[in-house]
Design a binder for this molecule. Structure first.
Ligand SMILES: NC(=O)c1ccc[n+]([C@@H]2O[C@H](COP(=O)([O-])OP(=O)(O)OC[C@H]3O[C@@H](n4cnc5c(N)ncnc54)[C@H](OP(=O)(O)O)[C@@H]3O)[C@@H](O)[C@H]2O)c1
Length: 243
């Protein structure tokens, strides 16, 4: 497995539950980090909690739904570090609402954050990775992209489209030494989940949510894969709690 020491890793949504866990684990591997989100205070708090020197961990506030936001992230990384080894599209929004109550604005927002941001990252990053001769992009999806579930139509559709976009582009760039992977977790114990937990569905008492650190460990595993190995899609589910 390859070492992540000194690798340059960009994490979007680093102010959130899963993103901050990913940042912590890459920091433990002594990677160099660019953390991105919109909430500067939260981002700075995550950066300060990591055991990295200031020069090895920088923060960028940007909105990934805008081409200019993605440009700011990528250009800052290249200006500061000179390269990007691993780019993690983790920023995402969810919503639990019946389709009949979903507005066009809400639908557009799901598509913008969960799909269009990934398009912008591919569009702006792949030419740079071609020039570098290598690179890795890891996109955080969801198990909810596999099946239509009541209340999650917009969320699931945006992530399912992101999966297919990733799969198609991955197959176009794999021979250029560029790996694009999709990681699809089941429910994870973050604010995101508590905001969209369905009230109407009865959950098994034995089921538990994944912890953000368990998702982060899988991201690290993908990033540490040997140069000539590529996991294109990985799913993470919790095991049931033993009685
Ligand atoms: N939690 C789960 O159960 C679960 C399960 C499967 C998959 N996922 C996926 O995992 C990812 C992270 O989720 P999480 O649970 O960590 O959620 P979270 O705690 O709500 O974090 C979401 C992150 O996305 C960022 N973000 C949202 N909109 C953005 C925008 N327009 N521009 C830039 N950043 C933006 C937020 O940053 P700011 O607020 O600073 O902008 C925040 O850092 C998402 O893609 C989600 O779909 C989550």
């Amino acid at each position: 497995m390859r070492s992540l020491t000194d690798k340059v890793v960009v994490i979007t949504g680093a102010s959130g539950g899963i993103g901050s866990a990913i940042a912590r684990q890459f920091a433990n591997e002594q990677a160099r980090l660019l953390l991105c989100g919109r909430d500067n205070k939260k981002l700075k708090a995550v950066a300060a909690s990591l055991n990295l020197s200031h020069g090895n961990c920088i923060t960028v506030t940007a909105d990934v739904t805008k081409s200019s936001g993605m440009k700011k992230i990528i250009e800052t990384a290249y200006k500061h570090f000179g390269r990007i080894d691993v780019f993690i599209n983790n920023a995402g929004v969810g919503m639990n609402k019946l389709f009949i109550r979903t507005t066009e604005k809400e639908f557009d927002q799901m598509i913008a954050v969960n799909l269009k941001s990934v398009f912008y990252s591919f569009q702006q990053l792949l030419p740079r990775m071609y020039d570098q001769g290598c690179g890795q992009i890891i996109n955080i999806s969801t198990m909810a992209a596999k099946q239509g579930v009541p209340g999650l139509s917009a969320y699931s559709a945006s992530k399912a489209a992101m999966n297919i976009l990733s799969e198609a582009v991955a197959s176009e760039v794999r021979n250029e030494n560029i790996k694009i992977s999709v990681l699809a977790p089941a429910s994870v114990d973050t604010d995101f989940m508590s905001n969209m937990a369905p009230r109407s569905r009865v959950r098994s008492k034995a089921a538990r949510k994944l912890m953000a650190d368990e998702v982060a460990e899988s991201v690290i595993f993908l990033a540490r894969q040997n140069e000539n190995a590529w996991i294109s899609l990985a799913e993470i589910r919790p095991l049931l709690v033993k009685k």
